[in-house]
Design a protein. Structure first.
Length: 116
């Protein structure tokens, strides 16, 4: 994915943790300093991202920390959003290099045969 800003990059990171199954409902969420270090952003910026993730139902505050609060339906919705985004990026890039979907399907068939 092409990121427009750090906020999108952080949100995508969080979503992929859920989609991949590395994190699930009820798991402790990352500390703020994890994001400030990993994404090189200031703490107030991370606080804004946390507020957005909370509004979106991805995390919820529990005491002084946060936990993942996205249920299975929310994770499936996130997965569907990523799938459509990847497909859109893929088809756009195919158009840029002048390759049709039929050509891609044929290449994939050949790879599948070659790889058994």
């Amino acid at each position: 994915m092409v990121y427009k800003n750090k906020q999108s990059e952080i949100k995508d990171f969080v979503a992929l943790e859920l989609i991949s199954g590395r994190k699930k409902y009820g798991d402790p969420f990352f500390e703020k300093k994890f994001f400030t270090s990993k994404f090189k952003v200031n703490p107030s910026y991370v606080r804004d991202v946390f507020d957005d993730l909370e509004k979106e139902g991805i995390i919820q505050k529990q005491g002084e920390s946060y936990i993942f609060s996205a249920d299975e339906n929310r994770v499936l919705w996130l997965k569907d959003e990523f799938l459509h985004s990847y497909i859109n990026d893929f088809t756009e890039n195919l158009n840029k290099i002048g390759v049709s979907m039929d050509e891609v399907i044929e290449i994939l068939r050949q790879r599948n045969i070659a790889n058994g």
